[in-house]
Design a binder for this molecule. Sequence first.
Ligand code: SF4
Length: 212
Amino acid sequence: MNNDKRYRIFERLREANPEPTTELNWQTPFELLVAVALSAQSTDVGVNKATARLFAEANTPEAILALGLEGVKSHIRTLGLYNNKSKHLIAMCEQLVEKHEGEVPRERKALEALPGVGRKTANVILNTAFGEPTIAVDTHIFRVANRTRLAPGKNVSEVEQKLMKVVPKVFRRDAHHWLILHGRYTCLARKPRCGSCVIEDLCEYPDKVEIE
Ligand code: SF4
């Protein structure tokens, strides 16, 4: 795919959704960090329900620690893997209090050192809470980048590197959300909705699903 096409793809995505953002509910960087950490193998809707209960009682590392492991579990037990997620959350809060005065750090290295936080979560926090032009490649972005040929790669790290290289600067901060939302609602895994896709004429996927 050439750069002109890439530019036009993002122009279209921007036109369709000028201010894209996450579908997770959050008010502070800490709330976003918790929501993202809880979102593995859960839907955003499910996470929002759980965090609404949790944040009503505790939305700082100190308050979560005061709630304790059982307290956290009781608020998020509707989520898959809630046992492990609760343990990670407590460990993460301990580290935030001990090493970062209860604040979410703005550096990638410090974020990735937190229990339960990998590169993808760190990218989401840097991008969405702090406005950095990072791109967190999840399953949706991986699929869209490969299918369209926008930034093909064999694994998420290759796709991330490629996107960081080829996405025009002006679109880089919002690219993350545009691509996730495109994968979630249009370029679906099993049956992409090519008929109602705003970038259909620019996409280089050879097996487009019949255009209605
Ligand atoms: S045309 Fe189809 S395959 Fe290409 S991005 Fe749109 S939905 Fe996905």
